[in-house]
Design a protein around this ligand. Structure first.
Ligand SMILES: Cc1cc2nc3c(=O)[nH]c(=O)nc-3n(C[C@H](O)[C@H](O)[C@H](O)COP(=O)(O)O)c2cc1C
Length: 312
């Protein structure tokens, strides 16, 4: 092998083969199209869309983003165009690209999740679904779907039945007592992959005015500050299940990608890093290719699970 271009970065996530293990994360990459003049979407392993709901959602009041030490808070309020507008207006353009488009799906009831998937099932051009279960379950007093193994089993089983055509990934909430328990519940309900994890509930305020720095009282923390915590969650999930894991949280550099792979992730997603550098995901594909070429490791297999093999 004589050039970096010949390095094989392809990975399999269940039945789905990706060109490489780097995807852009939900909510940080719009519907992909907003980035297509800056990033060569065809170079990515894929990307996950902004969360899609049954009806359009206007979202939270400004400010929606607030920088914190080594991280960022957001309270976007799950703003999105709604699943029908996504299918009518965004998907036809996305079909022109040769990249895996994963639709991120959320709802406030089981029926919401099922209905969003039902609409997407009739459309062409998607590689799979990712369920965001860090949402309040209105029929259970607002408790997050993702915080209770029984609720997780219910929402995943319902989504699994609706998602007959395509792989189903579930994005776990990091704020749980035992992530292994939640992961097993999702595995038994038939998911194809687990995305670990979402943002951490957090807050920032101005003590003089007594006001939140966001339009909402609280938000979700992301970025480098969360990487060590999420890395541990990926390892714990790996020890609990056989299902492939997609790791994300604070990835900025190629070393971060390799650490996630070493603790058991099969692929990764890049979120907050795209705010500082919209080309972050493509740059990481290029850096990963270079690192593997220079190290004379022509596949990822020598790095994947290395920490798990060494430490159990
Ligand atoms: C502004 C913003 C919006 C987000 N919107 C969503 C969303 O709609 N659905 C979802 O599952 N995750 C959403 N996330 C979470 C990210 O996909 C990711 O899980 C999290 O930010 C941690 O990764 P990072 O540290 O690389 O950003 C959002 C994150 C940010 C920063």
């Amino acid at each position: 092998m004589s050039s970096a271009g010949a390095v094989d970065l392809s990975v399999k996530i269940g039945a789905l083969r990706l060109r490489n293990p780097i995807l852009a994360a939900s909510g940080t990459f719009g519907y992909g199209l907003e980035f297509s003049h800056l990033v060569d979407l065809n170079r990515l392993g894929g990307f996950v869309t902004k969360g899609l709901s049954r009806e359009p959602i206007e979202g939270a009041p400004a400010p929606r983003l607030y920088p914190t030490a080594s991280g960022m808070l957001n309270a976007v309020g799950l703003q999105n165009v709604g699943v029908r507008a996504f299918v009518a207006e965004k998907l036809p353009v996305l079909r022109k690209f040769d990249t895996a488009v994963i639709a991120n799906v959320f709802g406030y009831t089981l029926e919401d999740y099922v209905e969003v998937i039902r609409v997407l099932e009739d459309a062409e051009g998607l590689a799979g679904y990712e369920l965001n279960i860090s949402c309040p379950n209105v029929k259970k007093g607002g408790m997050q779907f993702g915080s209770d193994p029984t609720c997780v089993a219910e929402v995943v089983s319902a989504a699994r039945k609706a998602a007959a055509k395509r792989p189903l990934w579930v994005k776990l909430s990091p704020l749980v007592t035992d992530i292994g328990l939640i992961a097993r519940s999702a595995e038994e309900a038939g998911v194809d992959a687990l995305t670990v994890a979402n943002t951490y509930p957090a807050m920032a305020l101005d003590f003089r005015s007594g006001k939140s720095c966001l339009g909402n009282p609280t938000g979700g923390l992301s970025g480098p500050a969360i990487k060590p915590i999420t890395l541990k969650l990926v390892w714990e999930t790996k020890k609990a299940v056989k299902t492939p894991i997609i790791g994300l949280g604070g990835i900025e550099a190629v070393e971060d990608v390799l650490e996630y792979l070493a603790v058991g992730a099969s692929a990764v997603q890049v979120g907050t890093a795209s705010f500082a550098d919209p080309r972050a995901s493509q740059r990481l594909v290029e850096d990963l290719t270079k690192v593997l070429f220079e190290a004379k490791l022509f596949t990822l297999s020598e790095i994947r699970d290395k920490f798990v093999t060494e430490n159990g």
